[in-house]
Design a protein around this ligand. Structure first.
Ligand code: DC
Length: 238
């Protein structure tokens, strides 16, 4: 079965897979594993908004001022490169690897506000569309199936219980910062979810043709199987 599927994936024209959902649903874990299995590129679109936020914070950009935002964006170049040690793609801001620093709570506190700015979204969405020009990509985020790739062949909308999401994010952040509390993480997630779902431009919502994946009680292996089945169905001749 798997050999047949691997064969199909190699032979089939490349497709686009989008994975959207609230914070800490496990989107990036699934997207990365799926991309690896398919031999596709994995792009973490949230990392792009985080890198832009990092630039704004470091350079004291007043992001309430449109002119300042426009000027700052001219100086931002974002790219992804595969780390040869673990073969994960990592994000670079103007040539600097910022994969780890953008996960800091200081960036997390501001990123939803920055991601709600029209000019920032236009900038990021244009770059994301370009990355998908040749297909063969798995991209996760909030508006990937609705705005960035509305014609994607496979769209997944991930959900998970809030308590599970908070626990997962806490475990991830505690590793880097043992001073962080579960209440801080919970408040940050709630605030970001609210802003991401209620902003004017491209708020988080399920695309009409997206398939819901609730991974509250699924193992990583089970959720990968679920996603691979969707891709397989898409690739099988009608
Ligand atoms: O997935 P993440 O937590 O790393 O995303 C960081 C922030 O960026 C999140 O608060 C929402 C925003 N985001 C967005 O608005 N659109 C995307 N496609 C991806 C992320």
């Amino acid at each position: 079965m798997h050999i047949f599927f691997d064969f199909c994936a190699v032979m089939h024209p490349k497709i686009i897979v989008t994975i959207d959902g609230l914070s800490s649903c496990g989107k990036s874990t699934l997207a990365r594993q799926l991309a690896k299995k398919l031999g596709y590129l994995y792009i973490d679109s949230g990392a792009m908004y985080r890198a832009i936020t990092l630039y704004f914070l470091r350079n004291n950009v007043n992001y309430e001022n449109v002119k300042e935002v426009k000027e700052a964006l001219k100086n931002i170049h974002i790219s992804f490169d595969v780390n040869p040690h673990h073969l994960h793609s990592e994000i670079y801001l103007n040539g600097e690897n910022v994969e780890y620093i953008i996960r800091d709570i200081v960036v997390a506190e501001k990123v939803s506000e920055v991601a709600a700015i029209g000019e920032v979204r236009t900038f990021a969405v244009a770059a994301q569309k370009k990355m998908g020009e040749n297909k063969g990509i798995v991209m996760d985020g909030r508006d990937i199936g609705t705005t960035v790739f509305p014609k994607a062949e496979v769209k997944i909308y991930m959900i998970a219980d809030e308590a599970v999401r908070v626990e997962r994010r806490f475990a991830e952040m505690y590793e880097k910062n043992p001073n962080i509390t579960i209440d801080e993480v919970k408040a940050n997630i709630a605030r970001r979810d609210y802003i991401d779902s209620n902003r004017e431009i491209s708020p988080l919502r399920k695309a009409d043709d997206a398939i819901v994946l609730d991974n509250t009680r699924l193992t990583q292996k089970e959720q990968l199987e679920f996603a691979l089945n969707l891709v397989k169905k898409q690739m099988q001749p009608a």
